[in-house]
Ligand binder design. Structure first.
Ligand code: PMP
Length: 358
């Protein structure tokens, strides 16, 4: 007989990552295609020589470098083992059984998991027909049990953004004792104008003036360190202090901290690479729209095809053509922007002659 586990775990589906197989073109996990810069690889190699020692539990050098680059005080910054761990920790410090965790749906698949792991109840507010956050409906869904609200901006998997004005109005209307998490994992790929009329908010600036707002960012996407697991939160010092209480000791490895510091030092070069991704995103979107697909404007390193109940069939056929994309139930399929030849392989499949009409 196995040991008894929490009965409510039975209803929790674990997070399922994008799959891969040797030789496949993987456009399923929103990764960066390029490996680390030489300066970052050198920092990784050098820090590896010290892994007989525990990491700096406070990630001090990294938090100082982040504070410096963001123009905030260091007591407003926390580092975590990927921003996903900070999602979990933020729910842990605010919500428990009987409490509600509110977010749009679809959004990042981890939100319902971390809510349930905390014993709280996930409350999902459908996106609009245009695949945007429905902030009015989210406000209307707030109850006296709501403790946390996630706003994924840009939204994974749709790539759509909440605009500056709309977000400010929303934040002004949310009761001050509810934590609002602005998940900006893809913020480096935003470009004003890609979504008509959308002025892109900067969560760090919004959080500076609001004690109940926290911003999450990551080194996994534009900074290309997905395999090292490092993300960060910017928030009121009281929230950062609460996070330190639930932080798993030494969760951010020595190598991850060193690589993140070196990446910040090379930020200009790394962020310049996002221009290539944005150009490819626009090319992909235009080609897909030209072939008859609906493709919402994206501000992330992926595009969304709302294919409804054809989503599974589409992604299976794409995999059979050697390109792995990510299906989301009966809502749609998300395609990560890869290198031009990878994107061409996907477009050849998705827009090729003789296909069933998706
Ligand atoms: N937030 C969003 C919206 C994401 O899509 C992801 C990664 N898929 C994360 C957070 C987590 O990123 P990481 O844990 O790698 O920092």
């Amino acid at each position: 007989m196995t040991a008894r586990t929490r009965p409510d775990l039975v209803d929790i589906s674990p997070y399922v990552p994008g799959r891969t197989f040797p030789g496949a073109i993987k456009l399923a996990s929103n990764e960066t295609t390029a490996g680390p810069l030489p300066s970052v690889a050198a920092a990784i190699a050098e820090s590896a020589l010290g892994v007989n020692r525990y990491p700096d539990n406070g990630s001090v050098a990294l938090r100082e470098a982040l504070a410096d680059s963001l123009g905030v005080s260091v007591d407003r910054v926390a580092a975590g083992c990927g921003s996903v761990s900070l999602c979990q920790e933020l729910v842990q410090i605010t919500a428990g059984p009987g409490d509600e965790v509110l977010f749009a749906w679809r959004a990042f698949e981890v939100y319902p998991v971390v809510a349930r792991v905390a014993g709280a109840t996930p409350v999902q507010v459908p996106l609009t027909a245009d695949h945007l956050h429905d902030l009015d409906a989210m406000l209307a869904a707030i109850t006296d049990r709501t403790r946390v609200i996630f706003v994924c901006n840009p939204n994974n998997p749709t790539g759509t953004v909440v605009t500056q004005d709309a977000l400010e109005r929303f934040l002004d209307a949310v009761p001050a004792d509810i934590l609002v998490i602005l998940d900006e994992a893809y913020i480096e790929y935003t470009r004003p104008g890609d979504q008509a009329g959308a002025e892109i908010p900067n969560g760090v600036a919004l959080a500076e003036g609001r004690a109940n707002v926290v911003v999450l960012r990551t080194f996994s996407k534009a900074y290309g360190l997905a395999g090292l697991r490092v993300g960060y939160a910017v928030a009121d010092p009281g929230i950062i202090a609460a996070l330190s209480k639930v932080h798993i000791p030494f969760a951010v490895s020595t190598v991850a901290q060193a690589a993140a510091v070196a990446s910040l030092a090379a930020a200009d070069e790394l962020l310049a690479r996002t221009d290539g991704v944005v150009a490819e995103r626009r090319r992909m979107r235009e080609a897909l729209i030209g072939a008859g697909y609906e493709v919402p404007a994206s501000n992330a390193n992926f595009v969304w095809l709302p294919l409804g109940d054809r989503s599974a069939e589409f992604s299976e056929a794409s995999a059979a053509a050697g390109v792995l994309v990510r299906p989301y139930g009966t809502d749609g399929v998300r395609i990560t922007i890869g290198d031009p030849d990878e994107n061409d392989a996907f477009l050849a499949f998705a827009t090729g002659d003789g296909l069933p009409i998706w």
